[in-house]
Write a protein that binds this ligand. Structure first.
Ligand SMILES: O=C(O)c1ccc(O)c(O)c1
Ligand SMILES: [Mg+2]
Length: 630
């Protein structure tokens, strides 16, 4: 199936838009009339520019307030149409979208509209042009695709067909399966958009909050399955009105768009096996069974600081790389790698970002298949020459400049620590403090990057997104959303900062981009862990006494229990399933920190209710440079 995107969906002038759209791999564009009007070039030049980018003009739109007009507006509407047909001839566009009339002057009546469309079809045909009719969700008389289809059916003209737009159908909660009875030949074009579920005026919602399929909450896959069932095999086009996208990077928004379409087609193909859908073959979404390692890029001084902290947290430096300045720190099932090499990816990453998590290893069933899927979804595979005795571990570039490596059990990859690393036998193993595994990896980014991340992770991996929650930093709002798998063995939290004064925003600004800001380790007994930590000289972040007063009131807890929490510096939360306990390390570097959590009884969240108090405490403890005083 061919893919397209409306020029209105991304930022830039027309030529910038086209360059980004072509680079992202689309076949065509919808030329939004205003983008053309604003451009300083003749229709022929624009048509040529589109074709020079290897694109086709899939649609010209919108033509407004056409059907059902009384005279003299009716005659004028036909005159307007003739002028646009001439323009389309010069552009080299042969399909125009007519959206349902919103004018208070328009008259209702399916037959009246059908009659107008029949005549429009006659005129369009003389220009070799076809006309598609789309029901706007807020159209005055026609605001439902079923009515638009009835108009088209009665217009009974080979040059007049239907245009479907997932937003208009789904926003009005019209059952998309009603599309299945429309003959695919009469569907001239399909526009796709998702949107977050927000209760608001339809027009405002549509013009400002649409997003890419998979980024919102609408059942775009259900809509697309119904479209596919009609036999429609024309272009699938994104028409995304979104304030943020209009101000975003044309390049990145286009890539997100292309990824969303490929992912959507892959989903539809899997759920409608009887329908032939032309799309790239790829492995199904990848199940991740855990985080195998997290790697830090650091210089010697920073490495010593992390080492100090890891030692206090009960980690042991167990192994060293056979040929590189790379150490493996371990506790329970947690592998932390510290890379102080002076060349290679980690070093390059350090030069740009300073001390940072430059690489994450995920456990999957088939590492090669994972890269194949990621590549099919426009992710970039990563390769660097391997040294003697090293394994070639499949990897992709993640977002924000880091890498994601994939470890599987099918090959030697699972034995990477034995093959590439030598045990440091002289090292006395630390007793440990009961940390078992990585609970979650928390990535901080600009708010505008959250949808990109969300789509990236959910399209490649078998994961789902949790609802967005607000986290209040004294300097501004940070929005937080998690990506997780069914079993909770993969949890990635995304924190989107609006400004630089928040803890999250400061971190992004100082390290030049989004990245992992904290790692949460899981223990089975937080009180025992706190005791062991204390014996190691570790002091968790101090939380205000006011917090504990409120806790007792909020959850109706025994005072003695609250006292224990307060003494240990543990934050507490509860949901319908269970309880959550959290402690934090003070921040170091530009605000990186560790968290230790215990989940009891299937608690599913991340302690969002506590985040405000944790952030305030971290801000009190922030030191301008290096490690906090101990
Ligand atoms: O918001 C609008 O006016 C508008 C115009 C054309 C479309 O295809 C559409 O879906 C919405
Ligand atoms: Mg539309």
């Amino acid at each position: 199936m061919k893919t397209a995107i409306a020029t209105v969906s991304i930022a830039g002038d027309l030529s910038e838009k086209l360059a980004a759209i072509a680079a992202a791999g689309f076949d065509g564009v919808e030329i939004f009339e205003n983008d053309f009007l604003a451009y300083d070039g003749s229709p022929r030049d624009v048509g040529q520019m589109v074709r020079d980018h290897g694109l086709e003009i899939s649609l010209f739109q919108p033509f407004r307030d056409f059907e059902g007009m009384p005279e003299p507006q009716r005659a004028r509407a036909f005159d307007r149409a003739e002028r646009k047909f001439d323009l389309m001839g010069e552009l080299g566009a042969d399909l125009v979208l007519v959206c349902s009339n919103v004018s208070p002057a328009s008259l209702g009546g399916i037959d009246r509209a059908a009659g107008d469309f029949h005549e429009l079809g006659e005129r369009a045909a003389r220009h070799g042009i076809r006309v598609g009719y789309e029901a706007l969700a807020w159209g005055r008389h026609v605001n439902d695709h079923r009515d638009a289809w009835e108009v088209v059916r009665r217009a009974d003209h080979a040059s007049v067909g239907l245009i479907l737009d997932s937003f208009h159908t789904l926003a009005r909660k019209i059952d998309p399966d009603t599309i299945r009875s429309i003959p695919g030949d009469w569907i001239f074009f399909v526009q796709l958009a998702d949107a977050p579920k927000i209760d608001m005026d339809l027009l405002y919602w549509s013009r400002h909050f649409r997003n890419m399929p998979g980024e919102g909450d609408l059942d775009v896959p259900g809509f697309m399955r119904a479209v596919a069932a009609t036999g429609y095999d024309g272009t699938l086009s994104l028409e995304i009105f979104n304030d943020q996208f209009r101000g975003g990077s044309p390049k990145f928004i286009s890539v997100d768009g292309h990824r969303s379409l490929v992912y959507l087609m892959d989903q539809v193909r899997r759920s409608e096996p009887d329908i032939r859908i032309e799309c790239a073959d790829m492995p199904d979404r990848i199940a991740v069974s855990g985080v195998e390692f997290v790697e830090f890029a650091a210089d010697e001084e920073e490495a010593a600081q992390i080492a100090d902290l890891l030692r206090m947290l009960g980690f042991t430096r167990e192994r060293r790389h056979v040929s590189k300045d790379v150490d493996l720190w371990r506790q329970g099932g947690i592998n932390i790698v510290i890379n102080t090499e002076r060349e290679g990816f980690a070093h390059a990453s350090h030069v740009v970002h300073g001390m940072n998590v430059c690489d994450i290893g995920l456990k999957v069933e088939n590492a090669a298949a994972t890269v194949l899927r990621a590549q099919a979804l426009d992710a970039e595979p990563f390769d660097q020459p391997v040294g003697p005795g090293e394994l070639k571990i499949p990897a992709i570039r993640g977002l924000g400049g880091g890498l994601i490596h994939f470890i599987d059990e099918q090959s030697d990859l699972a034995r990477v620590w034995d093959i590439e690393f030598r045990p440091l036998s002289a090292q006395k193993p630390a007793a440990g403090v009961g940390l078992k595994r990585i609970d979650h990896v928390a990535q901080t980014m600009n708010y505008e990057e959250m949808l990109t991340s969300l789509l990236f992770y959910t399209s490649i991996f078998k994961t789902r997104k949790t609802p967005m929650v607000d986290v209040v930093d004294p300097a501004g709002l940070v929005r937080s959303q998690a990506i997780e798998n069914e079993t909770g063995t993969l949890r990635i939290t995304l924190n989107g900062a609006d400004n630089r004064r928040t803890l999250a925003g400061h971190f992004i600004a100082e390290r030049f981009g989004s990245a992992v800001q904290h790692l949460a380790f899981e223990t089975d007994d937080i009180f025992a862990t706190v005791e062991a930590l204390s014996a190691n000289g570790f002091r968790p972040l101090e939380i205000s006494a006011n917090y504990y007063d409120d806790l007792a009131a909020r959850f109706d807890l025994e005072q003695s229990f609250v006292d224990r929490l307060e003494t240990a510096g543990i934050l507490y939360d509860r949901d319908g399933q269970g309880e959550y306990f959290q402690i934090y390390s003070p921040g170091f570097g530009e605000g990186f920190f560790f968290e230790i959590v215990e989940r009891r009884g299937g608690y599913g969240g991340y302690g969002a209710a506590n985040a405000q108090f944790r952030i305030a405490a971290q801000k009190r403890h922030m030191r301008p440079r290096g490690m906090p005083k101990r």
